[in-house]
Design a protein around this ligand. Sequence first.
Ligand code: ATP
Length: 235
Amino acid sequence: MLELRQVETWYGNIQALKGISISVHPGEIITLIGANGAGKSTTLMSISGLVPPRRGEVLFEGKPIHDRTPDAIVALGICQVPEGRHIFPSLTVAENLDMGAFLRRDRLGIRNDLDYVFDLFPILAERRHQPGGTLSGGEQQMLAISRALMARPKLLLLDEPSLGLAPLVVRLIFQIIRKINSENETTIFLVEQNAHMALQVAHRGYVLENGEILMEGTAETLLHNEAVRQAYLGL
Ligand code: ATP
């Protein structure tokens, strides 16, 4: 479904990605784990067009997208939930969700998807008339994910959804990620520093270090790999 081939991404003369190759199959949850500064966010931004690669290719459903604009990439069905959530704080929860559906014209479908996200996160239904900025960190993360779902993406890119959240909320968010994947066949590309949780929900994973892929394998294999356990799981 998505393929990165030898992607190199630079910030001026700093090379953040040094020729990475990743493939994501339809219906999968794949995770990219790595330390701070490894290049995880850059990988997502190289896919979504926010920081286009200098070399290499990004293919989505077989077609090159690395030369397309971010909005054209969204229109293809790739939606990113950025790190730090970035909801619209002065808009209500309901208005934030409407923004997610702005490219759609199918009113019935939008209505159904709104019911679906309220079912996933009942707290958002309770708070639908409240400004987004008044929600807790966890609720804002729920809103950011829900807003992305309102675009009905084929591929959902999640950047550190657990960042700064309490353990209970983290567990809930990861349960929901699993649910979204299994109920909607939404393919998920999950970037996480919380390698333990990420490998619990993902099918496969890649380990990124200093802009290079060090290892890849099933989540199960990586969870039991000695180097991964020492470097990323603190075991
Ligand atoms: P984090 O978890 O901290 O977001 P990350 O794995 O997502 O880390 P990136 O944010 O992708 O890492 O950063 C990869 C490298 O690129 C780092 O060395 C970082 O310093 C550098 N970098 C990121 N953004 C910029 C920028 N706007 N200008 C220059 N260098 C940058």
